[in-house]
Unconditional design. Sequence first.
Length: 403
Amino acid sequence: MIRRVNTLTLVFLIFALYNHEAGAQSGASIIGKVYDKTINKKVSADWVVLVKTGQGLETVKQFDQVSDYEFSNIPVLPNAPYLLRASYKGVVYTQNLMIQENKKYHVDLVVYESTDRWQNISVRIPHMVVLRNGNQLEIQQTFEINNSGQTAYVLSDVNKPTFRFKLPERTQFQNAQTSHNQSMAVSATAFAYEDGMGINQPLRPGVTQIQITYTADYSANTFELNSQWYYDIEECNVFISPKDIELVSDKLTHVHDERMEANNFSIYAVSGIKANDVIGMKLSGGGTRQTEQNNESIAASDNMVQKKAFVWIFLMLSILSFALFFGLNRKAAAKPYQPATGQKKQNKQQRNELLKKRDTLAQQIAQLDDTFNEKEIDSPTYQKRRDSLKSQLRKAAEDIHAL
């Protein structure tokens, strides 16, 4: 009798062990290290966390003070990315990762040393969009900040800006947004600093975009929009709508573009702007552009870095999307237009765009959570923005599944 019980117990233990081993191999795994590209060695991060996206953000697991990490038993998410995130010396680094198979993924998180010196950084303004809306001018100005070095520009004093800007006289600031390496923009906190304004945003290696929006009274049917910047600006491209607004400037040159003119935009450009130079623009007349349903891409020429490293950057903008930007604080980015050569190719392009949108929405939510945790926004604003982003993320996932 005792022998029989022992035999049954042994069988049960073997069965349980088998199930445990099978369960341990039931999901995917991620193994990697935190790698400092500035000094080319492995380093210890403040924390490393794996975040599951989809209907929302869910922390899978977090490690504190680690150089190496391994996440196991990770469920497959065929239509949503995981976010692998690390905090290193006060800067958060994020990498998207698709888990589509039950296998081992080797993914290292690249981080950088920080510096408080402005070096190896250049600035251009690919888009400065000026729109007349009734008796008001609405201006969106995009700064493209290229850090070509191997250190992140960081100031530990949050009351000091890593990037400064000055509003033209007689204009009213609306909001600011930031993005990194062509991701979708998220809200940023801008504050008064000396004779202008600033944003304390780590400028990591790569391209950081800072978009500011402001308005001006146009009831007199004329306005002098004189812009001045704290940095050398490689180039500035100005898009004005409606195109019958007259612009007088001794520095801006008109750029002929039939496609943009057909969509009621005129384009002007200037290059080689020195810090503190004043670019004067006297605007007068022009009708009020009506909301349109078709979107038009606004394109700026590439700088030398982008010609080698990036494709053309296009900003999707019609009056409808611009109104939504001011009303709902949203902005969408589009890829360069290409004629359709077949339904299959069009579907593939749509899927790629949706996948990119899904990834960037997930990053937006993660960054919004960081902003809230650092108590930079209040709870009602946080919840409202998060609900909106989650709704967009859910819609993107549904659209991907439908293709």
